[in-house]
Ligand binder design. Structure first.
Ligand SMILES: Nc1ncnc2c1ncn2[C@@H]1O[C@H](COP(=O)(O)OP(=O)(O)OP(=O)(O)O)[C@@H](O)[C@H]1O
Ligand SMILES: Nc1nc2c(c(=O)[nH]1)N=C(CO)CN2
Length: 349
């Protein structure tokens, strides 16, 4: 087990949401335990590129991953969160740097630890100081670097916890508990607001993402003959925007490629996650899947059928248990050609 310190920064889109999503994705890795998270800081950009302010945090982890594998996990998360490497030290949705990997040293171009800019960056050192273990080998060096850099004009402003999304949800949940006649201070409910806030972060995690970018296109040989690619029974969970209650079920997606353009098969379930992890309605999810696939692939046709159970129907109102709602969306060949559409529908039965 190794203790690792990371620095995270974001300055595009909903910066705090990108940081939180990166923390969630790190935490979902079974070889990583997040031990401490620093306060959240708004920082002026360093490095000469004119750009928006950053939000920076630091994390302390325990991990069984080797440093190289941890770097791979980090690159994977950066990719998932739409990180584009365009300008050196330029704007980014997310940047994750390994500051320390225990006290080990690495001197490779692709992995330099301790991080080579660490002691020159106040936006890294101030969050790091929040979580640094007392007596850690580099503690004195970190403190000396902070005193050297402070007062040199870099703006580092702590964002009060009360303003973070998580705290705002926690406070709102406490209000709801009180309003429904509960006592948020009773033993069983003490940690409920925090759990609910974390749950919303997870199940509504695409709410603040700007676009679905987590895909790679491939080419196959284009043929005269139409070939249908069908992925059936992809499970999904979403939250209805009318009652904030779950609806969940299965999505079936088919497309007919044009010019040999295809998408990695695992990306379709990722697309389903992307459209469903937000407040929505089943009709929108169905249409969004089809429209995004049309945008990405410009195929000859797309067919989407979604079947779901809605807790807003089963638990409240008409209380019709176990009913299924089916929605479909067809475009291109699936819309124009009855045979193709029927063939797709038959393959679902
Ligand atoms: N300690 C480290 N943590 C993360 N990446 C590292 C580290 N040392 C070297 N690298 C390498 O740095 C490369 C460039 O990373 P990145 O694109 O995030 O740079 P940057 O954000 O422009 O600059 P910086 O890493 O100084 O913030 C990565 O491909 C990575 O392999
Ligand atoms: N304030 C701030 N400035 C930066 C940051 C950052 O995270 N915060 N990251 C950079 C490249 O890694 C370049 N400049």
């Amino acid at each position: 087990m190794q203790t690792v310190y990371l620095s995270l920064g974001s300055n595009i889109g909903d910066k705090q949401a990108y940081l939180q999503e990166a923390v969630n994705l790190l935490g979902q890795n079974s070889a990583i335990l997040i031990e401490k998270k620093s306060k959240v800081y708004q920082t002026s950009p360093v490095g000469g590129v004119p750009q928006d302010d950053f939000v920076n945090i630091a994390l302390k982890l325990s991990t069984t991953l080797e440093a190289e594998s941890l770097l791979e996990v980090i690159h994977d998360i950066e990719g998932k969160l739409n990180r584009v490497r365009a300008i050196h030290w330029g704007p980014r949705t997310i940047d994750i740097d390994i500051l320390f990997y225990g006290t080990e040293k690495f001197r490779e171009e692709h992995l330099t630890v301790p991080h080579k800019e660490l002691f020159n960056r106040l936006f890294v050192l101030i969050p790091l100081m929040d979580i640094l273990e007392e007596g850690f080998e580099y503690e004195t060096q970190v403190k000396q670097a902070i005193s050297k850099l402070e007062g040199k004009g870099q703006k580092i402003i702590e964002i009060p916890e009360e303003k973070t999304a998580r705290k705002r949800i926690e406070n709102a949940v406490r209000d709801i508990l009180t309003a429904v006649g509960e006592n948020p201070e009773r033993e069983g409910l003490l940690e409920t607001p925090e759990r609910v806030a974390k749950m919303y972060e997870e199940i509504l995690s695409s709410q603040k993402l700007t676009a679905f970018e987590e895909y790679k296109l491939f080419k196959i040989e284009a043929t005269e003959q139409n070939q249908t690619i069908l992925i059936k029974d992809i499970p999904f969970y979403s939250m209805c925007e009318h009652h904030m209650l779950p609806f969940f079920g299965k999505a079936n997606v088919a497309y007919i490629p044009k010019d040999g353009n295809i998408i990695g098969l695992s990306k379709i379930p990722r697309l389903i996650n992307y459209v469903s992890r937000k407040l929505s309605v089943q009709e929108n999810i169905t249409r969004d899947i089809a429209e995004i696939l049309n945008d990405i692939l410009q195929p000859k046709g797309v067919a989407v059928v979604v079947e779901a159970r809605h807790m807003c129907i089963e638990m409240r109102g008409v209380k019709k248990g176990n009913s299924q709602t089916r929605t479909s969306f067809f475009s291109g060949e699936f819309e124009e050609n009855r045979e193709t559409r029927l063939e797709f529908l038959e393959s679902l039965t």
